[in-house]
Write a protein that binds this ligand. Sequence first.
Ligand code: SF4
Ligand code: SF4
Length: 219
Amino acid sequence: MGKPVRTCTVGSILARNMRSPSFHELLWLSCAAKRCCSVRTVLPTGGDVWRIATQLQVPPDSFLRTIPAEPGAEDGVLLEPNGRRVHVVLARRALKGRQAACVFLMQLRDEVARCGLGDLRPLSCQAWPAVWATGAVRLDANHVCTCRAWSLADMDREAARLLLEQEAAEREVDRRIIAEWNVQVEAAPHPTYRLTDYCDYLMRAYSVRMSGTSTEGAA
Ligand code: SF4
Ligand code: SF4
């Protein structure tokens, strides 16, 4: 794994912590149920993975797992030549009173849960339940909140738009990284790769990008 580069992420987190939370963030912070964190499958961007791994100083495969991707998915990762593509998502684990939940969800006591990542949580979690659809910020029609009836009026739409644009830009970078990785896997003589091999590749690619020595995928 390449040497972690931390400055830009620390700066952005400090900057965010110095401003007042939006109404949307206050609603999120005050929710003790965090039901959505038990139900959603979170597909982090490569940038999310890089920020979490470098800030927490933990290997990415300690908080990621794979799930099957739909056949031919452009953003599906190959782990063996001609194999089935997978998506790399946040791992889940059993938690008291829940069948399973995001690996970062902390159950403090019955009915009181918190995200252990705070501002480091993936971009899609920060925008949730807002998503980008047909050119605008919208509420996810399938959102799984059991706590309240969300409306777009609850959202800071400009903040959500910026988050979702950053997410889209990082997914575009990820598509290129994954395409390059898949070409190497297809051409490789080894029969299988592990998630940790792909994570090392992703971290190296993002370390170069975040250090500003690459123009690849610059948003
Ligand atoms: S990263 Fe945090 S907000 Fe996102 S699903 Fe996990 S616990 Fe919930
Ligand atoms: S979407 Fe609902 S369950 Fe999830 S944190 Fe917000 S209020 Fe809680």
